[in-house]
Design a binder for this molecule. Structure first.
Ligand SMILES: C[S@@+](CC[C@H](N)C(=O)[O-])C[C@H]1O[C@@H](n2cnc3c(N)ncnc32)[C@H](O)[C@@H]1O
Length: 362
């Protein structure tokens, strides 16, 4: 039986993965200061010793494993990248609270054998690597051997293009850890979607027209000819086409993007970015969803639509949780307890449970 502490616990994806990996464990404490996440944690895992704000914890109980997926807001490319310098007061600098608690544990001869970190890929970028190296050196000085790698959820069974940096630290200089090998993705995004989704999730024609605007191209895009199946540029301009050479029933939405071709084709079951497309690459993700963030207003899924042949809609909260690896039985425990805003935030903050399970199984 291992004793576990989840710092920055969120909804406890760590704990869920331990359960799935059949690792006997006891959660001796967690630290989570958001009231919604704490409540969701309780609904999912039962009542737990939540020590609250990490800054106020003096000493942690003895444990074998600490997990710390500390806030990524100031490291992520999506944010202002203020960084995680010690004493900077940024959310991401809460990492150094883990250092403070490790120092206390060291003094009491209670350093955990294992540590698990998760954060955005950008933590190992040119900008942040020097500081991350300081962290690695610090752990090394405590006797840990660190193994870190960027892993993508789509390589571990879930149709979400989500790259994250994972690090396992083992307090044994001869330790060895090998990250699980990627596996081909067999589950498609469409398999995780709900049926009969409320109108409110569908993007308006105006919005779709706006981000798919390929004005003045009249079905001819860089030499590739399209036979527009449904296109009336005067009152309804978004380009749903039939791509010549494909089956005549295949309908596509043309989405501009920053590549040589200048566009990508999205069909039913694909995930798409829905803002600032012309400045992005990879705006269409085949049978998978782009990274789920704490709000889902920048991504959508292409679906059949009885009126318009095909359309684009936002993900529902349940779909987001499924795409973070949660099963319906667990989702049912929280889905009616929180606003959509909170449900999206908790999902986007999490770790894909399937991927974590693979890490623990190794
Ligand atoms: C990236 S999320 C981690 C989510 C988690 N891995 C999960 O399984 O859901 C970071 C978490 O740290 C929490 N957090 C932020 N500031 C905190 C603090 N001062 N003390 C404790 N938790 C904090 C946030 O509320 C958020 O849930």
């Amino acid at each position: 039986m291992i004793k576990v502490i989840e710092l920055f616990a969120g909804v406890g994806c760590q704990r869920e993965a331990l359960k799935r990996a059949n690792i006997e464990h006891e959660a001796v404490a967690i630290s989570e200061n958001d009231k919604y996440a704490s409540r969701a944690y309780e609904l999912l895992h039962g009542s737990t010793n939540n020590l609250g704000d990490i800054r106020e914890i003096e000493r942690l109980p003895k444990a074998d494993l600490w997990t710390y997926s500390f806030p990524c807001t100031d490291i992520s490319l999506a944010g202002k990248r203020k960084g995680f310098d010690k004493g900077s007061g940024t959310h991401s600098s809460l990492l150094w609270e883990v250092q403070r608690l490790l120092e206390v544990a060291k003094k009491n001869d209670e350093l955990p054998k294992y540590l698990l970190m998760e954060n955005v890929k950008n933590i190992v970028s040119k900008k942040f690597m020097p500081l991350f190296q300081v962290w690695l050196d610090y752990l090394d000085s405590l006797g840990y051997k660190n193994f870190y790698k960027i892993l993508n959820a789509k390589d571990y069974g879930i149709p979400q293009n989500r790259e994250r940096c994972f690090m396992i630290s083992i307090r044994d200089k001869d330790a060895h850890y090998e990250f699980p090998k990627p596996t081909p993705l067999t589950k498609k995004l469409a398999e995780l979607l709900e049926n009969d989704v409320d109108e409110k999730y569908f993007l308006s024609k105006k919005l779709i027209t706006c981000f798919t605007d390929m004005k003045d191209r009249h079905g001819l895009i860089r030499g590739l000819r399209f036979r527009p199946k449904y296109m009336n540029e005067t009152d309804y301009a978004f380009a749903i086409t039939t791509h010549a050479g494909y089956r005549p029933t295949d309908n596509y939405i043309i989405v501009p993007q920053a590549t040589k071709e200048g566009y990508a084709l999205a069909e039913v079951g694909d995930g798409v970015y829905t803002n600032r497309c012309p400045s992005k690459r990879g705006v269409v993700q085949k049978s998978m969803i782009p990274t789920i963030k704490t709000s889902v207003t920048d991504i959508g899924v292409v679906v059949d639509d009885k009126d318009e042949l095909i359309s684009i809609r936002r993900l529902t909260p349940r779909e987001c949780w499924r795409l973070m690896g949660w099963c319906d039985e667990e989702i049912d425990k929280v889905i009616n307890e929180f606003s959509n805003t909170q449900l999206y935030k908790m999902a986007g903050n999490g770790i894909v449970v399937e991927l974590l399970t693979c890490l623990f199984e190794f």
